[in-house]
Design a protein around this ligand. Sequence first.
Ligand SMILES: [Zn+2]
Length: 140
Amino acid sequence: MMCSWCSTEEESLNHLLFNCLYSWKIWTFCYAWWDFSSAAQVNVKSHYEQHMGLNQKKELKEAWRVIWLTTIWTLWVWRNQKVFGKDQDSEEEAGELIKHRSFHWLKANLYPNLHQDLWKEDPRSAIKRHAEHETLNGEV
Ligand SMILES: [Zn+2]
């Protein structure tokens, strides 16, 4: 089966998630959000390793891992919209969904005081502010 986005290559998992021009645009959107640029990686393992290597700060690691998983999930849902003939979100919308989904996952599981607007604008500051909020509560 050919890739339903670009129609030029076989739809392997690695093509779909990492090598296709369309998924590449979503990753680029995601990295721009964090002020990173990234080279293309050809498979799951090398992509994950490179992704995790970008953000070395210990306090950001978990959020950064969640963003990788959220991006993979979002690409898969985005691909299924196309394959099953649904209206496909724009690239911009798919990118915003990564911010949205990662926010809700992190707020529910890790950072109960995470601020949504700040997260979408400046995720590092949002996590920093959460940590400050925690410290403040701990002292009361
Ligand atoms: Zn493709």
